[in-house]
Design a protein around this ligand. Structure first.
Ligand SMILES: C[S@@+](CC[C@H](N)C(=O)[O-])C[C@H]1O[C@@H](n2cnc3c(N)ncnc32)[C@H](O)[C@@H]1O
Length: 371
């Protein structure tokens, strides 16, 4: 990524780099040393910008100690700035928990002149949720930004509508789409309405690499078996029990309470996990008329798993494999919409695959320059 930023900046003749969502500052520092640019790194978390500044200073001290200063003068020191990029504290730009919520949002086109940037390339690696969209809008609106190279991530944090769709091409296409049915919205043509929504699950799936499921098949199957499949077996167990008590327990009730956090590492037997999960909701089960469900023993849960676990696990694995196949579709739609927005605004834009997707998901980098 650093090489891509350096090459793009040099091709376009940029002398400055503005790295947004810079985190601990790895990319801006590398770009500064490789390209000798004036680099400004912006992140919404003060802890990140101060850690990045300290790291950068350490590198300079090391370089000095090792006497490399004489051989090659270092680049101008990077500037690390704490700021939240966005339009307002409610709309697109709020990236949900990852950045300081108490900071005022500042639009990029306002920040760029404030930072004194006039001939900059806008870079960003794995800029969460709406941040990438905000950067694209800011690139279009800022005279001081001449090029950009940005990879998104955390698509589940995109605001719909607002963060997606951005382009009128996607918005127009969406008008003719059929809505995905859910319990609340039956399938229907939506020629006039707000258009299609990607939905949380597709956006969430788009964050994950399909290769993990395809290449490391047995590891993936094991993980799904002790996470999603455990929850599904528990839902069946609860519904089976509730049926015998002649009451009903909503699926969401138990799936919302069941957490498989850490299970991939621990991989404890279903019975141990399930009885713990049931005990947590013991009082609620009693109120619903399922007396005894919260006290179900480890061995009773294990017996249910022995009888039904294998079939349910196979169903969950099949469903997860299908949804894994849709991951690249979700990401491609999001990235294509962002590129379409840039093209519609008259910029030159394309996409490059930057990393090996086996090692790193979210490997598409949107590269653009002012025409
Ligand atoms: C996934 S991290 C990537 C960090 C870094 N680019 C890297 O690759 O190591 C995303 C970063 O964006 C920052 N961030 C998220 N939303 C932001 C916003 N609206 N304005 C500024 N920074 C934001 C977060 O604090 C976080 O450090």
């Amino acid at each position: 990524m650093a090489q891509c930023v350096v090459t793009c900046a040099k091709e376009v003749g940029c002398t400055e780099i503005l790295d947004v969502g810079s985190g601990k500052g790895y990319l801006p520092t590398l770009v500064a040393w490789r390209g000798g640019f004036e680099v400004v790194a912006v992140d919404g978390q003060e802890a990140n910008t101060s850690a990045a500044a300290q790291r950068s200073e350490k590198i300079r001290n090391l370089e000095r100690k090792e006497g490399r200063k004489e051989e090659k003068a270092g680049p101008p020191p990077e500037r690390f700035v704490t700021a939240m990029i966005g339009q307002n504290n409610e709309g697109p730009g709020v990236t949900g928990g990852t950045a300081a919520p108490d900071l005022e949002m500042v639009p990029l086109d306002k920040l760029v002149p404030d930072l004194g940037l006039e001939n900059a390339l806008l870079s960003g690696l794995h800029c969460c949720g709406d941040l990438t969209g905000e950067m694209i809008r800011g690139f279009h609106a800022s005279g001081g930004l001449r090029a950009m190279a940005v990879a998104g991530c955390c698509y589940h944090r995109i605001t719909e509508p607002g963060g997606f769709p951005m382009s009128s091409a996607a918005a127009t296409a969406a008008k003719n789409c059929i809505r995905w049915p859910s319990e609340k919205t039956p399938p229907h043509w939506n020629p006039e309405g707000p258009g299609v929504a990607l939905g949380f699950i597709l956006r969430d799936q788009a964050c994950h690499s399909v290769h993990a499921a395809a290449v490391d098949h047995s590891k993936w199957a094991h993980r799904i078996s002790v996470t999603n499949a455990y929850v599904a077996v528990l839902v069946h167990l609860v519904q089976d029990f509730a049926e015998r008590c002649e009451v009903s327990v909503p699926t969401e009730f138990i799936s919302n309470r069941a957490t498989t956090k850490g299970h991939t590492k621990v991989s404890c037997p279903f019975g141990t996990w399930a009885s713990k999960m049931l005990a947590k909701s013991s009082e609620e089960f009693e109120k619903m008329g399922c007396d005894g469900l919260g006290q179900l023993s480890v061995s009773a849960c294990e017996a249910f798993y022995d009888e039904h676990g294998a079939v349910i696990t196979q169903q969950i694995l099949a469903m997860d494999a299908v949804s894994a196949c849709l991951r690249p579709v979700g990401e491609a739609v999001i990235v294509a919409d962002r590129v379409a927005f840039l093209l519609e605004k008259g910029h030159v834009a394309h996409v490059e695959a930057m990393f090996d997707p086996v090692i790193s998901a979210r490997n598409w980098v949107i590269i653009a320059r002012k025409a």
